[in-house]
Design a protein. Structure first.
Lengths: 375, 320
């Protein structure tokens, strides 16, 4: 799934010493098609056998492993891939991503319980509603500078939660109980057994990851990169920045809504407090911790953030304390994330685009960061 | 509905001014740090929480009893303000040292600093909820803690049908005095000049002999102290706190800072007051359950019409 390194790079940068990750990336950048597909297939097979009990006995001894793989692990990965489009690709700071997750979840929960629709078309409706709300939120606010966008999205996340809390038609503070399970599809029954939900989640992740990789390699992805690096320059070069930012927002929202519909179908019961601000912050932490903009990194980050608290459930009440501490520590030791995109790493090494404007904000034409862009 | 408006308007205006003064004081911390570092100091809400705990601890320790004279009221309030400001300011410096400085030295992205801030915020909340509150007050840490009264919440005078209480006067007067002092400090002293210079252009400021590290530390100290003052006034006015008190107030205060024009001290004051008033007025019509929603809707509307906030970002820096 390391799809976003562009294959046309020729000539490897000279490095001294042993760099396992960079070495793997160089190999990946030049790998022929069959090798790449072999890796994809190996990864999917790995994911298929992941719910095995012997894996679970180590990974989560205190709770059911397959259930953990659906929520939080799978859900976090799906959300992080969606948020990565907004934050990592387009460079927009969204602190209210959980709102779209909530909209997706509430769409299925309320329609499934009140109108008895089939699950599968409702998923499409949930995705549609989430993207519409993304556009409604984005249209007035995306013209703002980054930090204002952060606070407005944070506000939006709270608005959605408080509105759900105050609206009796969708259960108010009591939430929605007895959310129906999806209908059988292709002979697969969805009921209490978590396995089918895991495979549904896995299918969703593969679909979304493929979509994200393809999108990022297209004209749209290049436009996002231009906006992220320097919005004014992008505008001058004829990139309709507002349109592309709105698109990133809508696509991110779609993925959030998609994750929400799956979550609601498994959860049976949802309430406004399932969608707190802290969930938005956690997903953002997953994206940044993994390496914003780099899909394998983001997936790894989401996995770590979702899995660590489950693994250390025996620490019960100290979990969030430790989580907070680890976030501070990780950022101090490795601010670029676990698996950063190469371009980010180079930017960081040169001190361009950092916080506090202590260096030049834009990389010069002969900097290492620009060389990584050219790849 | 119009009868409601008539009978409640002045009362909720006073409530709005009181809440707005506290928002404004907290907003100053956000706006100053943002002005200097261009960083949303997400853990500022926890600095405020630490201030409320300090005030509460002092109040519980001295256990004031009636009758309250004007001297005892002002004396206790001053003690709370000074102690909370010191503890909050100190915590803010420690926070900067531990959570932000390592990132700043590495030239990390502002996003990484934001994650570090969220981590620090979670850590502080949990540390208080789990250990520090039980240790300070000998009570379960996750419940609301109530503070003893030392200023009578009684009518002092009326404006029309709006009742002004003693504690209202203290909050508003206290906030105004502190803000005037801060404003003078930033606009007239050498330190203030350093802060403004760093906010305008850090590189040029360094060349002119400003020590950035020192300025950043002072900025955090001042912002934290403002949150401490807000905390003392909050404990006096609302007489309760808990380990998560900072979250909603912090969001509101940041909203206030953005509303007035972030990086602009007078903007924070105006934004806080506007936010407090709008919230309280809107709850006459919609009920208090929708109070927080109106606050954010107002924010979006203001930003749509005037993207740099009401007063603009002009005091310290032009649009970046």
């Amino acid at each position: 799934m390391k799809g976003e390194e562009v294959a046309t790079s020729n000539g490897k940068p000279a490095r001294s010493g042993f760099h396992p990750i960079d070495g793997m990336r160089d190999w990946w950048a030049d790998a022929p098609h069959w090798q790449r597909y072999a890796v994809y297939i190996a990864l999917i097979v790995f994911a298929l056998i992941l719910p095995a009990p012997w894996v679970g006995s180590f990974m989560s001894p205190d709770s059911d492993w397959t259930t953990v793989l659906i929520f939080p692990v799978g859900t976090y990965i799906l959300l992080a891939v969606g948020l990565n489009i907004v934050v990592g690709h387009a460079g927009l700071l969204d602190l209210g991503f959980v709102a779209f997750f909530a909209i997706g979840a509430y769409t299925w929960a309320s329609i499934g319980t009140s109108y008895g629709w089939s699950y599968w078309p409702t998923v499409v409706l949930g995705i549609f509603l989430a993207s519409i709300s993304g556009v409604i939120l984005g249209a007035p606010t995306l013209r703002l500078r980054g930090d204002y966008l952060a606070i407005v999205t944070l506000g939006f996340g709270e608005i959605v939660r408080i509105t759900a809390n105050n609206t009796d038609a969708i259960g108010g503070a009591r939430g929605i109980t007895n959310v129906p399970h999806p209908e059988p599809i292709f002979g697969v029954e969805f009921f209490l057994d978590p396995a089918p939900y895991y495979y549904l989640m896995l299918f969703a992740i593969v679909l979304v990851v493929t979509f994200s990789v393809r999108l990022n390699k297209s004209r749209v992805g290049r436009a996002w990169a231009a906006i992220r690096e320097d919005e004014d320059a992008a505008e001058l070069m004829g990139v309709p920045t507002f349109k592309f930012k709105l698109l990133a927002f809508a696509i991110g929202a779609m993925i959030g809504g998609f994750a929400g519909t799956i979550y609601a179908s498994k959860a049976v019961f949802i309430e406004p407090n399932n969608f707190p601000f802290i969930l938005s912050a956690t997903i953002l932490a997953a994206v940044v911790l993994g390496g914003s903009g780099n899909l394998p990194g983001v997936i790894l980050g989401a996995f770590v953030i979702a899995w660590l608290p489950e693994r250390f459930r025996f620490l019960s009440e100290y979990r969030i304390l430790i989580f907070g501490f680890v976030l501070v520590l990780m950022m101090a030791l490795r601010p670029e994330g676990l698996l950063p995109s190469r371009q980010r790493k180079a930017e960081l090494r040169e001190g361009t685009g950092g916080m506090g404007a202590m260096g030049a904000e834009v990389a010069g034409p002969d900097s290492e960061a620009s060389a990584e862009v050219a790849k | 509905m119009f009868q409601d408006l008539q009978s409640q308007f002045l009362g909720s205006t006073i409530g709005g001014l009181v809440a707005g003064s506290i928002y404004a004081l907290i907003a100053l911390g956000y706006t100053m740090v943002y002005g200097v570092l261009r960083l949303i100091n997400f853990a500022h809400s926890e600095i405020f929480m630490i201030g409320t705990m300090t005030s509460l601890f002092i109040l519980v320790t001295i256990a004031p009893t009636a009758p309250f004279t004007i001297f005892s009221m002002i004396g206790i309030l001053l003690l709370l303000i000074v102690a909370s400001a010191l503890v909050s300011g100190g915590s803010a410096i420690a926070l900067e040292q531990l959570a932000y400085r390592p990132l700043r030295k590495k030239g990390a992205t502002r996003l990484a600093a934001l994650i570090s801030a969220i981590g620090a915020s979670l850590f502080l909340q949990e540390a208080f909820g789990l250990k520090i509150i039980p240790w300070l007050f000998d009570k379960p840490g996750r419940v609301q803690q109530s503070a003893p009264r030392f200023v009578p919440h009684e009518e002092l005078f009326r404006i029309g049908n709006g009742v002004v209480r003693t504690d209202h006067v203290f909050v508003i007067v206290g906030a105004v005095i502190v803000m005037v002092v801060l404003d003078q400090l930033v606009s007239r002293t050498r330190i203030g000049r350093g802060i403004r210079a760093t906010a305008q252009d850090p590189e040029a400021a360094v060349l002119m002999g400003v020590s950035i590290d020192r300025i950043v530390r002072i900025t955090f100290l001042l912002g934290g102290a403002m949150a401490g003052v807000a905390a003392a006034l909050f404990v006096m006015e609302y007489e309760n706190t808990d380990y998560r008190i900072g979250f909603l107030l912090g969001i509101k205060a940041f909203t206030a800072a953005v509303l007035g024009g972030i990086g602009n001290l007078r903007g924070a004051l105006l934004g806080g007051i506007v936010l407090g008033l709008v919230e309280n007025w809107s709850s006459i019509f919609l009920g208090s359950a929708w109070k927080d929603v109106t606050a954010f809707v107002v924010l979006v509307l203001v930003l749509m019409l005037r993207p740099t906030g009401i007063l603009g970002e002009s005091l310290q820096r032009a649009r970046a």
